[in-house]
Ligand binder design. Structure first.
Ligand SMILES: [Zn+2]
Length: 302
């Protein structure tokens, strides 16, 4: 048997589809570290992992793949979180290709442009919004995860969400995950969103849910995959369900990302014209002219 045979129900050619997939992950903390581990297990073949942070002893309660030996010593800093992610992936699947860079995702944005799906494990609301905006511009599905702990009169509520933001469908603003008040609050705190309570099992539930949504997009598993959703997690009752707000808005158009704001604003056609044509490829591939070309220029007998 081959290593992915027990998931053959995902459909014919699912192994190939997952092996060819390129997944970008920005934020390799508690949630993101679960996601890379699971995507490696299901056979995703290509990863772009970006996070500028390194492990410290407060991460050991939840960072999948983090080891005591990775903690900072007097002689060296802690292991980069992206290096831990890379190690987890290739320990499971040595054939996987991993582009790991200890940097903010904005520094490596060009790498993300080529991804089939982007997963955000970012803490701050502004960071989520910026990464979603980038994904929308390049028409890439974006999966967002987040968890929080709220003080109640008689204890604490663990809550979280998983959102699949698909171009043309409701965005994180439509869903109410990105709200102006939250952005303003972060602005007053200079963008600080770290230090929030975090534990391993809610991150695992949210990440597993996100991976399920990713696999149903990437593989032929479901005939009608979910293209957009906002799922709310109640960690005290251990339930996940579609947000009631999302149920109201899911068929409405998103007013925040108009279609005329897609594409690469830095694209320069002169750079394309400067690039020599790949003569050999054209000669051997016998690429037919597109039909619109023949209709427009057929009278020239091209
Ligand atoms: Zn919207």
């Amino acid at each position: 048997m081959k290593w992915l045979d027990r998931q053959s129900f995902l459909g014919i050619n699912s192994d190939q589809a997952l092996r060819d997939a390129v997944i970008g992950l920005a934020g390799l903390g508690g949630g993101g570290s679960h996601v890379v581990q699971q995507l490696a297990h299901v056979g995703v073949g290509n990863f772009v992992v970006l996070d500028d942070d390194s492990i410290d002893n407060t991460n050991l309660n939840r960072l999948i793949g983090g080891r005591h030996g990775d903690l900072p010593k007097e002689s060296r800093p802690g292991t980069d979180k992206v290096e831990i992610a890379r190690r987890v992936i290739v320990d499971i699947n040595p054939a996987a290709k991993v582009y790991a860079r200890s940097a903010l995702w904005q520094v490596e944005a060009d790498r993300l442009k080529g991804c089939d799906l982007i997963v955000g494990g970012l803490d701050s609301v502004r960071a989520k919004s910026e990464l979603e905006g980038f994904s929308r511009r390049f028409l890439i599905p974006y999966l967002d995860m987040g968890m929080d702990v709220h003080a109640l009169d008689d204890g604490y509520l663990i809550a979280g969400q998983v959102a699949l933001s698909m171009p043309g469908c409701p965005c994180l603003r439509c869903m109410g995950i990105v709200r102006q008040e939250a952005l303003d609050e972060e602005g007053r705190n200079y963008g600080a969103a770290g230090g929030k309570p975090q534990v391993v099992w809610p991150n695992g539930v949210l990440a597993s849910t996100a991976v399920g949504l990713a696999v149903q997009i990437l593989s032929p598993w479901l005939p009608n995959p979910i293209s957009s959703t906002y799922l709310e997690y109640d960690g005290n009752s251990h339930t996940i369900k579609e947000s009631t707000r999302f149920a109201r808005i899911k068929n409405l158009p998103c007013p925040h990302y108009p279609s005329n704001e897609t594409g690469d604003p830095s694209f320069d056609v002169r750079k394309v014209l400067d690039t020599p044509a790949p003569v050999q490829n054209v000669a051997t591939a016998a690429i037919p002219a597109p039909s619109w070309w023949r209709r427009l220029f057929g009278w020239l007998a091209i």
